[in-house]
Design a protein around this ligand. Structure first.
Ligand code: ZN
Length: 166
């Protein structure tokens, strides 16, 4: 209790933090035999610099504004497919939006989505993954996609009292 935590909520990414993200993405792309093109990097930067998950149309609109030319959502979708395949970005299914993939949590993770600030955090939950696997197998159901996303109030919003109105 009383532990100081430097909140990133609502803040733009510092250039050092973005450099770190960019370097990690470039390494992930190389590992997947892909290339981090300037346009892919521009899409990634929009996602990295926003504390909340962004939809493809939002990304297209922001890029159109920044680049001073129309960017089609379809071209953003194509880039998002690559970013997801390279494990740099993950899709937030219930919001139809995209956030950075957290390299420290494995594929058996669940997303915690704050209704106060809109932040999304992935947490390890392999026990839940195992339970879902057991139940689907017991039901002779061939699972294709397993999405577990939890809405609620994050710690910093809770401490700021924003959870009281929920
Ligand atoms: Zn929050």
């Amino acid at each position: 209790m009383g532990r100081f935590s430097a909140s990133h909520h609502g803040n733009k990414l510092s250039s050092a933090a973005w450099e770190q993200q960019r370097a990690r993405a470039a390494a992930q792309f190389a590992a997947h035999g892909a290339c981090l093109t300037p346009f892919r990097e521009a899409v990634l930067q929009q996602i990295a610099c926003c504390p909340q998950p962004l939809g493809a149309y939002d990304i297209a609109a922001r890029l159109s504004g920044e680049l001073g030319k129309a960017v089609a959502p379809n071209s953003v979708y194509r880039v998002l497919d690559v970013l997801i395949a390279c494990d740099v970005v993950r899709r937030v299914e219930s919001k139809q939006a995209y956030c950075l993939a957290d390299p420290s949590v494995g594929p058996g993770s669940i997303l915690l989505m704050c209704e106060g600030c809109g932040s999304v955090e992935a947490v390890e939950a392999s026990g839940i993954e195992d339970a879902v696997n057991q139940q689907t197998e017991a039901a002779h159901f061939r699972a294709v996609r397993k999405v577990i996303e939890v809405t609620g109030i994050c710690q910093s919003c809770d401490e700021a009292g924003q959870g009281d109105t929920a």
